[in-house]
Design a protein around this ligand. Structure first.
Ligand code: KIV
Length: 311
């Protein structure tokens, strides 16, 4: 259900916010009820991230995530958040093999899941994918810095661009992606001053920060990190805004204990039926149970019909 009074969030709306120097809010989301809450909270952008492979499916990386997974989750999010700007995250090997693959799979996010844009990881090497997707009429978002699909090549989940040469490469990649047509670029875990420099140099591109400091045009956080819902680790940059994980765990323990102690369910938790209907039910059952084969009156009866089975 749409947030009351909110119009659909569009690219012009987001560029307008940047022009007015108002920060953009962006969160990950993978399911209908959470999308509903994010919509009601006024979150402007939602990323259906391939991080769902870790946060929702329990894999150790994002690599096993498929297009089918992404479409299923993205369409659920779209149903929960009708006015948010929903971004579909292109999973591993859905765009790396070729420009054609990239365009076809980006199109699936738009046509099958109702997304507003797609995001893909990588710098200059992915510029032709961005250009192809944009030429197909699909808004494309770049992703630089820590790019989880390349975590093995990057040597782990760590800050990228701390040394000047790598920082310069990220800066150059950002310009190349912008020139290829990217409408936005996410900078994940790069130093704050690098993020500021890239943001100041962006001409027609919205820069978003995940753990990259306050100077981007907007902020992204992983929803599960914000609410203590991912048990394996909490990245340093994530602020916990509420411990939903703890609340849910306590509720689950209470449910377990109440069932064992026969405190749950209570009458308000079940449904009854009228006395006369129950009496009728008992009558119907008794009729069914009654033996009407006529051969069982004899104690020595050894027929094998069901109603005559004797202990
Ligand atoms: O999949 C995802 O959630 C992402 C974020 C880590 C930026 O790409």
């Amino acid at each position: 259900m749409a947030q009351e009074g909110r119009k659909k969030i569009t690219l012009p709306y987001l560029f307008d916010k940047v022009a007015k120097k108002e920060p953009i809010t962006w969160l990950t989301c993978y399911d209908y009820p959470t999308a509903y809450l994010q919509e009601q909270a006024g979150i402007e952008m939602i990323l259906v991230g391939d991080s769902l492979g870790m946060t929702m499916l329990g894999f150790d990386s994002t690599l096993p995530v498929t297009m089918a997974d992404m479409i299923r989750h993205a369409s659920a999010v779209r149903r929960g958040a009708p006015t948010a700007f929903v971004v579909g995250d292109m999973p591993y090997m859905s765009y790396q093999p070729s420009v054609e693959d990239a365009i076809r799979n980006a199109g699936r996010f738009m046509a099958e899941a109702g997304c507003d844009a797609i995001k893909l990881e990588g710098g200059a090497a992915m510029a032709d994918r961005i250009a192809g997707i944009v030429d197909a009429g699909i808004p494309a978002i770049g992703h630089l810095g820590l790019t989880p699909q390349s975590v093995s090549a990057l040597g782990g989940f760590k800050v990228q661009g701390k040394d000047a040469r790598l920082a310069k490469k990220i800066l150059d990649d950002a310009k190349i992606l912008e020139e290829a047509g990217a409408c936005m670029i996410l900078l994940e875990m790069v130093p704050d001053r690098l993020c500021k420099m890239i943001t100041e140099r962006a001409e027609n591109c919205i820069i978003l920060s995940l753990g990259s400091g306050p100077d981007a045009h907007g902020q992204l956080l992983i929803y599960h990190d914000m609410f203590g819902l991912y048990p394996k680790f909490k990245p340093k940059m994530a602020k916990v805004f509420g411990n939903a994980g703890e609340v849910i765990l306590n509720g689950l323990k209470t449910y377990h204990d109440e069932v064992i102690a026969r405190q749950f369910p209570q009458p308000e938790n079940w449904f009854g039926m009228k006395d006369e209907q129950f009496a009728e039910l008992e009558k119907l059952v008794a009729e069914d149970d009654a033996c009407d084969c006529g051969c069982c009156d004899d104690d020595d009866c050894d027929c094998d019909c069901d109603c005559c089975k004797k202990d």
